[in-house]
Design a protein. Sequence first.
Length: 224
Amino acid sequence: MKDINLNNTILENSISSICNKNNINNDETQDPAITSSTHHNDETQDPAITSSTHHNDETQQDLKNQHEQDQFKILFLQNQIQELEKKIILNKLRSQAEIDNIKKRSILDMEKTYKFSLEKIMVELLPIIDTLERAIILEKNNCSSKIIEGITLTLKLFIKTISKFGITIINETNVPFDPLKHQAMSIIHSNNIQENYVIEIMQKGYMLHGRLLRPAMVSIVQKK
């Protein structure tokens, strides 16, 4: 029995010794593994976090750049719109000005047409006036006063009537010679009257609304 107990004691001591060795081995083998795993995790996780942060920074910068580009495009388009609006307004003003000019020209043309529509008729009537005036001068001593009076009244009424249609008479003397209104028929030499002045009306001239129908035939003065 003592031998059996002794053997059991030795066996238990051996088992205990083996277990202790196993525990020591487990501690020695596990700690480096855990440490290595933890260190590995630290090494593998830190670059990932850093990469993600860097990626987010790049994304935000890209968004910021894109926003700035969009704002620039918006400003550019707004400027183009403003320029187009200005051009449209200018084109409208020009078109309106052209329309107004056309209207004005049309009105002037109509007025001119109305004013000078009687030009040919008036030109044809001028010889009748000349005849009546000559008749008064020539027959003044040969005809009775009533006939002369009748011719004179007829002439006055005739001139008054055509004056209503814009006829004016060129019949002034002692005025400067105007080649636009006068036609020199003779020259009178004199030092007593200013040179190139009209001294005599040989035949009256006529104008219609400022347009010459017939120049006055005149005598002008020249120095001796």
